[in-house]
Design a protein. Structure first.
Length: 205
């Protein structure tokens, strides 16, 4: 047995009490397992899984030298909703892990924005290739990537090849969210003027 002394994040199908969830597990070197259940279901996932009921979760994990940092998790189509990454950032995430089976082409260009607008590191692990079922073909876009809090892409994989990437960064860099002497990415938010659940407008205001 080889120990990497690392925290692993992996997606899987989870069953509890006869209900199925599209989930991700966070496995710590100690063997402790944490679970996140995907909130935003995509396409025919809605016929197979229930929406996640655990909320967006942030876990305190450690680097190999024992230094703690905070890891948030979202799965695949969660990226499409800015509220997902924002909630994780507000709950203290330094890094957002994002295991995925992406077919929509926009995510690789959107995750740098999620990283920048929340000042967090993001790690998207995607698959590539095709899967066929009942005459329908799904093409997965690959392009796994790591982004830093400025939105810079530190590493991006190709669209159609297996790749293993090693990217070194200090998660604590995400904690300084000052843009300048007067502005803070999260501190400047104005929840008092945001509707908690605004009604969808049918005509322009």
């Amino acid at each position: 047995t080889v120990s990497l002394d690392a925290t692993l994040v992996a997606g899987l199908a989870e069953e509890e009490g006869g209900t199925f969830y599209n989930s991700a597990v966070v496995v710590r070197p100690s063997g402790t397992v944490h679970t996140y259940r995907k909130v935003h279901l995509f396409y025919e996932e809605k016929t197979l899984f229930a929406p996640g009921d655990l909320g967006f979760r942030v876990f305190e994990v450690t680097m190999r030298d024992g230094t703690p940092y905070r890891l948030g998790v979202m799965v695949c189509f969660d990226w499409y909703f800015p509220e997902a990454a924002r909630t994780l950032a507000l709950r203290g995430a330094d890094v957002i892990a994002h295991p995925s089976n992406l077919v929509l082409p926009h995510c690789p260009d959107s995750m740098p924005i999620r990283a920048r607008e929340n000042h967090v590191f993001t790690i998207t692990a995607n698959r590539h290739g095709q899967e066929q079922k009942e005459g329908e073909t799904l093409t997965f876009i690959g392009m796994s990537e790591v982004c830093d809090p400025s939105g810079t892409i530190l590493q991006r994989a190709e669209q159609s090849s297996d790749e293993i990437g090693v990217v070194e960064f200090d998660p604590h860099e995400a904690r300084d969210r000052d843009l300048n002497d007067h502005n803070d990415v999260l501190g400047d938010r104005r929840p008092d003027v945001y509707a908690s659940e605004p009604k969808r407008a049918t005509t322009p205001a």
